[in-house]
Design a binder for this molecule. Sequence first.
Ligand code: PXP
Length: 246
Amino acid sequence: MIRLGVNVDHAATLRQARYRENPEAFNAEPAPIAFALDAECAGAAGITAHLRADRRHMQDSDLEKLRAQIRTRLNLEMGNTPEILNFALHLKPDAVCLVPENREEVTTEGGLDCAGQIDDLALSVHILKEAGVCVSLFIDPEETQVHAASAIGADFIELHTGAYANALPSSTQASEELQRLEASARLAFSLGLRVNAGHGLNYQNVLPICRLPHLEELNIGHSIVSRALSTGIKQAVKEMLALFPQ
Ligand code: PXP
């Protein structure tokens, strides 16, 4: 069965909207850790969080709490910078997903240009793997990127599903994006890479993605947290898991 990793960044985004100056205040809410623990209770196989260089949502202390308290797997999304790499080595998440990070973007936009920075990425991947952290590279579904991810020595790729998610449902573009995702998943598997996917997935578009070959895990945040506003996080996670094929 495909595993669901729930991205809890948005709980921190909401807290920061009010408590940016003091996210540790006694009355600061909501707490990402509370979301994460409830998501686990509802069946999430892991918790994902992105520590950005500008700390716009998750704070170092949020990650420390997640590391100490969750009982599933902690997946840290991060840009490949020395500061965040040091943090990851100290935190020791179960997994790291390296993502591109631009200051102006609202959320991660494109995949990593692995092909354009093989040496830099290979060094960080090596350091993380030596520390016992499983490493994934967030890439667009492109042949050159998959080959580069393999050359870099990553354990996993996480296929960027944003272009598929933004295409009109059932359109030619959506089916072309699915084909690209499928071809990349097959190529990755043939090169010994394991396959995750995520970005922009929701209750309407997730099923075709679940059918991708060799898929192990989906990381979903925005849509689950949005639904949780009306249903609560446990119900939102359960409803997403109910869509995954058994
Ligand atoms: N995977 C990666 C690598 C991401 O950067 C994000 C967004 O933080 C997600 C998955 C989750 O995307 P969404 O919030 O659109 O579900």
